[in-house]
Design a protein around this ligand. Structure first.
Ligand code: URA
Length: 438
């Protein structure tokens, strides 16, 4: 089938078969199909949708386009956790420590920042000395020795997705639910875990703005996982406000550490306990209630803290940065409330962008990150404020970054003169049997 016919088939709303999808992926990766034809097909996929069969086949083709990581050198069930990305999402650092402290192995491959949402690898690299680039052998050896390891992707995982994602990013086609599902799941299938917990973020700071879209994505991803023999469950979690109070790499590492000490913000603690319990359950620890209790106990007993420190030291990190210090290099400014009232809503994407503008993320892939840049929130949605109260502290090491960041940040808050009800952090749980909404 010629690429022209593949595009026309999808344009007319018809199903593409395996050969057509493989022709597209292989041809785009080897350079024989140009960007303009690949873009036309991706846009047709976004506008006309894809069948479950097409999504499964595209995922499989992209997963097999590079290395498949073999984690069989690690005993026991390996459970992965994936978040679709949000502002202030530092859960990976916390749950890795909790689950490993409960005796289950965590072999976690993570990514870098994507747009306004932070990435775990950038956060870890804010710890001086922390090594995230490991060989597959080093990665497996670390997990076997201390029970956990968080590293950047080893090997060449799903290179077809990498190339197609880069094109989607500049052609307005990231927002297709079938393409998001196949993109994420192709990487997950190639990275070797046995089972998966998905944290699908919903709200103003997430890729998916509505619960309906998030439920659709969850169902598709679960079907792909189950079809590949990997039990998969998903939690839909709120991203209308940032998670916790800290945004920015080093800020977030410190807040994650506070959380394993049992002193973190309640929304972050709750989501981490629930995600840890789901991972422990899939790993065969016991019933959900037993797993949840074990996760709580790991924090209360100090075992999660000890594991967090062991993880950081094992990968060469300097643990002295986990506690805040008076750092002369860091410049701070405050943003204050412009009116009396209650914070009705926060544009969480704007908060992520403001932090990125301060230097915590990259505008282009070659930008250098300022690990000390970020925002610390003093007030969040639902809280009462008086005009002049400090809403947020901005920090960066480069004074020229503040003006633009402040402008974006100031647009993020909406006020109400009446008390505002806040939403629960866990919105729904989805597995192969269906959806439970909370
Ligand atoms: N993250 C991914 O890896 N792929 C997408 O398509 C969207 C978010």
């Amino acid at each position: 089938m010629r690429m022209y016919d593949i595009i026309a088939t999808k344009r007319d709303g018809k199903e593409l078969n395996y050969d057509a999808l493989k022709t597209f992926v292989d041809g785009y990766c080897d350079g024989s199909i140009p960007d303009y034809q690949a873009s036309a097909l991706l846009m047709a996929m976004l506008l006309k949708g894809m069948t479950h069969q097409e999504i499964a086949e595209l995922t499989d083709i992209m997963a097999k386009s590079g290395d498949i990581i073999d984690l069989s050198g690690i005993d026991g069930i390996k459970v992965d956790k994936h978040s679709t990305g949000g502002v202030g999402d530092k859960t990976t650092l916390v749950i890795t420590s909790i689950v490993a402290a409960c005796g289950k192995k965590v072999a976690k491959m993570s990514g870098r920042a994507l747009g306004h949402a932070g990435g775990t690898i950038d956060k870890l690299e804010s710890i001086p000395g922390f090594k995230t680039e490991l060989t597959e052998e080093e990665f497996i050896e670390n997990v076997n020795r201390i029970g956990c390891c968080i590293a950047g992707q080893t090997g060449n995982i799903a290179p077809a997705d990498k190339k197609i994602y880069a094109l989607r990013d500049v052609t307005g086609t990231v927002e297709s639910i079938p393409l998001i599902a196949s993109s994420i799941m192709s990487k997950k299938l190639a990275s070797g875990a046995d089972k998966m917990v998905l944290d699908i973020k919903v709200g103003s700071g997430a890729l998916l703005k509505t619960q309906e879209e998030a439920e659709e994505l969850a169902e598709i991803m679960i079907q792909i996982g189950e079809r590949n023999g990997k039990e998969t469950i998903a939690l839909l979690t709120d991203m209308d406000t940032p998670l916790g109070y800290a945004i920015g790499n080093l800020n977030e590492v410190r807040e994650a550490y506070q959380n394993v000490l049992g002193q973190g913000p309640s929304d972050l603690m709750e989501i981490c306990l629930v995600l840890s319990a789901e991972m422990l359950k899939l790993a065969g620890y016991g019933s959900y209630d037993e797993c949840y209790q074990a996760a709580k106990e790991a924090v209360a007993s100090g075992k999660a803290k000890a594991k967090f420190i062991e993880l950081v030291k094992n990968q060469g990190g300097d643990i002295s940065v986990l506690e805040p210090v008076n750092d002369e290099e860091v410049i701070t400014q405050e943003l204050v409330a412009s009116e009396d009232g209650y914070i009705q809503s926060m544009d969480t994407e704007a908060l992520g962008k403001a932090s990125m503008l301060l230097g915590s993320g990259r505008k282009t892939k070659d930008d250098k990150i300022d690990y000390k840049a970020g925002i610390y929130l003093h007030k969040k949605t639902g809280m009462k404020v008086s005009k002049g109260d400090v809403l947020a502290t901005l920090s960066a090491t480069d004074a020229s970054k503040f003006d633009e960041a402040r402008k974006v940040l100031a647009t993020a808050y909406r006020y109400s003169d009446k008390p505002v009800e806040t939403k629960p952090i866990i919105i729904a749980r989805v597995d192969k049997h269906g959806i439970k909404r909370y």
